[in-house]
Design a protein around this ligand. Structure first.
Ligand code: MIG
Length: 808
């Protein structure tokens, strides 16, 4: 080796690339060798290597090995890296760059110094390493800097409780029990190192597959670049080419998995508190919902049902006939979800402890002894959920509850939370035994909660393979949507937390988690009557509709603030149940595509620059726009209606889009608008999802351009839908001067729905029709309601579909 070459290598290893802030960063230097691969390319820079491979025409994986050795393949998040159809690529090598392209975009690796850029097929840069800051290491720590165009905005990252647009802010990924959190608190309970960038209507995505503490900085350190990095572990990331934001989400969730179709009851109203006890109180709450005719599906049992804070036990003095209570509630159409914390009391004679010890299932100290931490039961031990064998064992602990008919479990405290301060979790050198290798808590911390939820989900499935499990988790990592719904932890009974509900849940949706909710009414403290009413109105249009509060707060059931508030709240809960066919259809879509039910405006309207960072209104599915009152002040506020035609959901009034409305909704109004051209399925009112609606399926038609809708139904409980027991129907409408035609497509699938007639409801009709035809025959089965400007036509449902023609 020549002296010059040695000097060059030394220099490459010693380049100080970020001298102003952190002089110890070292980049890998210049490319010294290029090796084409069938799906990409591997380049060397001295002893370092970079491998870039296309997983699909829209996804590439980027892996660095600073010491030349790519880490063994292991990912908690990724389920489908091999499920993609990898395209073959041809690599072009020049003196300055190595390049390959898929049918959708171009990957260019610049040689000196080693940097990567993603370009569209026209050669425009989508995302690139900052020219002055190639990726660099500092010991085990690494950081990547990307150029940050002034008009680019950033979304995702999990439960970030501030604006959905992360520009100008910095974030940490470290699951934290954050009781008392407020706006901007970071980190919270979940870590999803996935970000979506949006610029000029075009989206890209980036997922850092690394479970260690990581961080993202979108312009705090500099306005010229954004950056991300982790304390340790692999620099292994995926780039997703959109350019549609929905497509980025589809690709990201193809990689990390999607939410399985939830049971229908999960979309019903859910009542919780810390805690309902004794047994008589639980029964009384259930009774009260039925007596007052406030629809509801789920009641939660929090810690106090347990004996001595020990998970999987029952306090028999408070719940003498627990089994009978579960059965009686079931008969009233209620599902019970019970909390099952993961920390197990260290107490010989307590079955989960004895079994877990005998099976060697607990997390260890570095010296090999079992780690013991303080949580609710006092001295507690922690199952090592990273082991398949341990997850299987933990899953068996649910057998009793499942056989009683309990349909859901609530995984709390799984960051994991431990009562030590300020760490709030187990020591970082605690040892996990991931199948086949040891890992410290530094690596496992962020996935511990996900693996806990996985144990619960898989356990339920094994115990009762025909029923869809429902698991609610607090902690999460990328991919947790495969196992659980999630809520945002301990919020508070303040207007600020009502306001944060919207952006926080939107961020979770962009992070691949569609089945999410907040404690409606706030966990910490008791809401004023108005605040609870507004929150319950909004809740009717959130993915999960769950009211929950802390121990020691005032009662928070819908009826506690007198008849006026109760009547409003009941009306919104009823509206939720009437809308279930739409909600369930949208949820089924989310389970197939990863596109969440609750969507930021930019997801539906990527080309509307003025809506890009909007997070005080949102889309609920394809067609509903929800614009809640989120401030305590008395002032009117603006609702931005995207271009096109819109309808007021409650009055049917027609509105012109492309401008803002000033609204000042009274206590009993949550502004909701429907996109012109939507057909939104509804059902008659029920008191729970257990009850079959009686009457016709209602198809509300909001005439407008590109008029369409769809319906998906199945039994809402089992996996029979995977064997053809579902129903799918597509809907369209065409307006012509003086007529409107509504077409119901042929029904697909074998599921027999509860309805045998269909009522087509045309919204926004200013006059009664001249004539109405159903299936080409003139019919008199119609009504016109002048007050709501609605024409309703009832007809028999037929497998081959049908048609209604209205002559105005
Ligand atoms: O330290 O189980 O976020 O929803 O009610 C409190 C009692 C422990 C925290 C959860 C909350 C739950 C509470 N838990």
């Amino acid at each position: 080796m020549t002296l010059l070459r040695i000097a060059a290598i030394l220099l490459a290893h010693l380049v100080l690339i970020h001298s102003s802030a952190l002089p110890q960063w070292r980049a890998v230097g210049n490319v010294t060798a290029v090796a084409p691969l069938p799906q990409g390319v591997e380049v060397s820079a001295g002893q370092a290597r970079l491998r870039v491979e296309a997983l699909s025409p829209s996804v590439v994986r980027v892996r660095y090995a600073p010491d030349g050795v790519l880490p063994a393949e292991h990912s908690f998040a990724v389920v489908a890296a091999t499920g993609f159809k990898s395209p073959a690529v041809s690599v072009k090598n020049s003196t300055t760059a190595v390049e390959f392209s898929t049918s959708n975009f171009v990957v260019r690796i610049l040689k000196s110094p080693l940097r990567i850029a993603f370009l569209d097929s026209k050669g425009q840069v989508i995302l690139q390493d900052d020219p002055d800051h190639p990726p660099a290491w500092n010991g085990t720590e690494f950081r990547v800097w990307k150029s940050m165009p002034g008009d680019e905005h950033y979304f995702g990252l999990g439960d970030k409780a501030g604006p959905i647009d992360h520009r100008d802010q910095a974030f940490t990924m470290w699951n934290t029990d954050a009781f008392g959190w407020r706006e901007g608190a970071d980190p919270l309970y979940k870590s999803v190192p996935f970000v979506m960038g949006m610029r000029s209507g075009k989206a890209w995505g980036l997922f850092l597959d690394n479970t260690f503490r990581s961080s993202f900085d979108f312009g705090k350190a500099s306005r010229d670049y954004f950056s991300f990095g982790a304390d340790d572990g692999p620099l292994d990331y995926y780039f997703f080419h959109g350019p549609q934001p929905k497509k980025v989400l589809e690709q990201y969730t193809a990689l990390t998995g999607r939410m399985p179709l939830p049971p229908l009851f999960a979309l019903g109203y859910q009542q919780s508190r810390y805690s309902y006890f004794p047994e008589a109180r639980v029964r009384a709450v259930a009774q009260e919902f039925r007596r007052r005719k406030i629809p509801a599906d789920v009641i939660y049992l929090d810690l106090d049902y347990q004996d001595g804070a020990r998970p999987f036990t029952i306090n028999r003095s408070l719940f003498p006939n627990f089994e009978g209570m579960v059965a009686d509630l079931k008969a009233q159409g209620f599902k019970l979800v019970v909390i099952t914390d993961l920390h197990l009391k260290k107490e010989p004679g307590y079955k989960p402890y004895d079994e877990g010890l005998a099976g060697d299932h607990f997390v260890k100290n570095p010296d090999g002894s079992v780690y013991v931490g303080q949580v609710w039961p006092g001295d507690s031990v922690f199952p090592d959920f990273t082991r398949e064998e341990t997850r299987r064992w933990f899953g068996t602990l649910y057998a009793n509850f499942v056989s009683m008919g309990i349909r859901g479990f609530w995984d709390d405290m799984n960051e994991p939370a431990v009562f030590v301060y300020p760490e709030k979790t187990m020591p970082l050198d605690t040892v996990h035994r991931v199948d086949g290798r040891k890992a410290t808590h530094r690596e496992i911390h962020n996935v511990y909660g996900m693996e806990n939820a996985r144990a619960t989900y898989d356990g339920m499935l094994r115990l009762q393979p025909s029923l869809r499990p429902f698991v609610l988790t607090r902690a999460a990592f990328a991919g947790t949507q495969r196992y659980a719904a999630a809520w945002t932890g301990d919020n508070g009974a303040t207007w600020s937390h009502l306001r944060l509900t919207v952006p926080t849940l939107l961020s979770l949706g962009i992070s691949g988690m569609p089945l999410v909710g907040v404690d409606i009414g706030g966990f910490d403290g008791s809401p004023t009557p108005e605040l609870l009413t507004r929150w319950l109105e909004l809740g009717a249009f959130l993915p999960l509709y769950r009211n929950h509060t802390d121990t020691g707060t005032m009662d928070q059931e819908p009826w506690v603030h007198g008849p006026e508030h109760e009547a409003i709240r009941r009306r919104y809960i009823e509206a939720r149940y009437r809308l279930l066919p739409y909600l369930y259809t949208e949820m089924e879509e989310a389970s197939r595509t990863g596109v969440p039910l609750m969507r930021p405006m930019f997801l539906e309207f990527p080309d509307e620059a003025s809506l890009l960072t909007t997070d005080d209104e949102f889309m609920f599915g394809d067609d509903l726009l929800v614009a809640p009152k989120l401030k305590e002040t008395l002032d009117p506020y603006e609702v931005k209606l995207p271009p096109g035609q819109w309808y007021d959901y409650w009055s049917g009034e027609r509105l012109e889009g492309g401008k803002s409305l000033k609204v000042n909704p009274p206590l009993d109004v949550l502004p909701v608008y429907v996109r012109g051209g939507a057909i939104v399925p509804h059902q008659p009112l029920v008191q729970s999802t257990d009850e079959s609606p009686r009457g016709p399926l209602q198809l509300r038609v909001y005439p407008g351009p590109n008029c369409r809708g769809s319906l998906y139904q199945d039994d809402g409980k089992t996996f029979a839908y995977t064997r053809g027991e579902f129903l799918r129907m597509s809907l369209t409408c065409q307006a012509a001067p003086h007529s409107l035609r509504v077409q119901i497509g042929a029904l697909q699938g074998d599921y027999k729905p509860w309805w045998s007639t269909v009522q087509v409801q045309i919204v926004g009709a200013t006059n009664a029709p001249q004539e109405v035809f159903a299936e080409g025959k003139k019919t008199s089965e119609w009504q016109y309601d002048a007050a709501s400007k609605t024409i309703s036509v009832t007809m028999q449902a037929a497998r081959q579909g049908g048609e209604v023609l209205i002559i105005e």
